[in-house]
Structure formats: structure tokens, C-alpha cells
Design a binder for this molecule. Structure first.
Ligand code: AMP
Ligand code: MG
Length: 285
């Protein structure tokens, strides 16, 4: 892999530690790295352009894929992150998958079945808005399966992501980290603003009672599944603009490190004398 030119940008977010357990409570949710909102916005705008260019090359190259996993508690901003970070990309090469409660058919299969079907083909970027991690998060908190089974899923997830990585899919995972107060503020906003009503869910408010259990589940999941082949990044997300910037920086750096290139043509392009062809056509008119 070529040296990653954006390494300094992601250094602050890279939370992969093989040797040491992380505690979510040690990570600031309101961090802004001393940036102003305007500075962040203008950096984001250039990252969005850069991501679009890299995505076009990745698509043309058709030899690697990228899976972006977005996780975070209700109202952490998963939907909005998709909108801001991928706004420059070509929809032909990027797909977003949202995962809800499994259907009866999905529930009748192993937990990874539905996610594997939506894994990206070569050349594609797929974004999972919620993901296979729900099966060690909501499933654990709501006790939908017994502990022995959800615990065994950490290994299954690591194996699954390793399969993807070996088969040329780069996996990058984000935990959008917000405070309990920020969540309340966003629920309030959903109640008060007409354009946000549709996002309000009484179920989310009920789930808020399980805040601590979710934090614990996230902390354990991040520790058990942050691997060299599929790292987690913890992104401070109380400030939406800083969250968008953080995810965009890491997505951009991930793509830069892959270094996708325009493919070389198979044939000698000089052999196609288009000018001569044109003349030929017009002389026949
Ligand atoms: P939303 O993302 O707000 O549309 O809500 C989707 C809901 O589906 C959330 O309440 C999730 O907890 C739930 N969900 C997603 N994946 C699973 C899963 N594997 N098992 C159970 N519930 C899930
Ligand atoms: Mg929701």
C-alpha cells in the first residue's frame, strides 16, 4: 500500500488498539479540534470533491470495493452523515443500505446472511446505515437471543470482515459518539420541526432508558471487533459539522490509501484514427 498522505488527519480518530481496552467515556463527544464551523465546512467541501474523484476511479478500476459501516445510538446522525459525506459521488457506484428489524425470512437465517447479500461488488462503495453490529447491540440490550449466542458473534463478525478484506473489500467502521444531552436535544428538535417530524419515534424515546446498556454494548463491540483489517473510528458527533468532517476525512484517507487509478486501455488508442473516421462519414453524406 502506498504511504497514506492523509495519515495526520486520521491520526486523531484512529482508535485501533491491539493491546489496550478503550473506554467510551474517555472520548469527548463535543470535541471540535479548535475548528470553527466555517473552517470545517470549507474543508468538508474539498473533501467531498476529493471523495467523488476517488470514487469515480474506484468504480472504473473495478478491482476493489469499500464497505462503510455507520453505527451510533438513535439520533447520532447516521442518515445525515450519509447525505453530507457522499453528496458528490456518483449514485451508480455508491449504494446505501439501511437495516431494520429482520423480516421473518431474515430471522430464519444465520445473522450474517442478510448483510453478506448487500456486501459491495468490485468497484462499489456500500454504506451500511446500521449493520451486522445490531446483532450484538440491540439484540443484546433487548435480550433477543441468549448471551452465549450474541457473544459468539464477535468472532463471527471478525471472521466475516476478514473474508471481505481478503476478497479485496476494504472495511471501515464508524461509531458516531454523542452525549445523552445531545440525544435529548435532537429528539426535541424532531418534535418541534416540521421537516423533522418524520424522524421522531416513540420507540427511540423508550430506548433512551437503556442508554447505559447501549454504551456498554457499544464499548464491548468496539473492543472486540477493532481489527487491523476492519478498524473502528470513534467520531465526536455532538457537533454535526464536526461529525461530518471527521467521517469525510477518514473516508477520504481510506480511499487515498487504496490509490485507485484510471485503468489503462486494453488496446492501443492511437490505432483508432477518429479524425479519419469522421472524414469518411462526412464524405458519404
Ligand atoms: P431506524 O434506523 O430508526 O429506522 O430504526 C430501525 C430499528 O431497527 C432500530 O430500532 C433498530 O434497533 C432495529 N434493528 C436494526 N437491526 C436489528 C436487528 N438485527 N435486530 C433487531 N432490531 C434491529
Ligand atoms: Mg430511529
Amino acid at each position: 500500500m502506498p504511504e497514506d498522505p492523509l495519515a495526520p488527519l486520521v491520526a486523531d480518530y484512529a482508535r485501533y488498539r491491539a493491546d489496550e481496552r478503550i473506554r467510551l467515556a474517555d472520548y469527548e463527544t463535543a470535541d471540535t479540534d479548535d475548528l470553527t464551523r466555517d473552517e470545517a465546512r470549507s474543508e468538508l467541501a474539498s473533501l467531498v470533491e476529493r471523495i467523488a474523484d476517488l470514487q469515480a476511479r474506484l468504480y472504473a478500476e473495478e478491482s476493489r470495493a469499500v464497505l462503510v459501516v455507520l453505527q451510533g445510538i438513535d439520533a447520532a446522525g447516521k442518515d445525515s452523515t450519509v447525505k453530507h459525506v457522499f453528496s458528490g459521488t456518483n449514485p451508480q457506484g455508491v449504494r446505501v443500505y439501511t437495516f431494520k428489524e429482520p423480516t421473518p425470512e431474515e430471522a430464519a437465517h444465520d445473522f450474517l446472511w442478510r448483510y453478506h447479500q448487500d456486501a459491495p461488488a468490485l468497484g462499489m462503495i456500500h454504506v451500511f446505515n446500521r449493520s451486522h453490529y445490531e446483532d450484538v447491540l440491540v439484540v443484546r440490550v433487548k435480550e433477543l437471543v441468549e448471551e452465549e449466542r450474541w457473544r459468539s458473534r464477535y468472532d463471527s463478525i471478525n471472521d466475516f470482515e476478514r473474508v471481505l478484506a481478503r476478497e479485496r473489500c476494504v472495511v471501515v467502521k464508524f461509531f458516531l459518539h454523542i452525549s445523552k444531552d445531545a440525544q435529548l436535544e435532537r429528539f426535541r428538535e424532531r418534535l418541534e420541526r416540521e421537516d423533522k417530524h418524520y424522524k421522531f419515534s416513540a420507540n427511540d424515546v423508550r430506548e433512551r432508558r437503556n442508554w447505559d446498556a447501549y454504551q456498554q454494548a457499544y464499548e464491548d463491540a468496539v473492543n472486540a471487533t477493532s481489527t487491523p483489517w476492519a478498524p473502528w473510528y470513534i467520531v465526536p458527533s455532538d457537533h454535526k459539522w464536526y461529525r461530518n468532517l471527521g467521517v469525510a476525512r477518514i473516508v477520504c484517507a481510506t480511499l487515498e490509501a487504496m490509490g485507485p487509478r484510471w485503468p489503462q486501455p486494453d488496446e492501443d488508442l492511437e490505432a483508432y484514427a477518429l479524425d479519419a473516421l469522421e472524414e469518411n462519414v462526412s464524405s458519404k453524406r
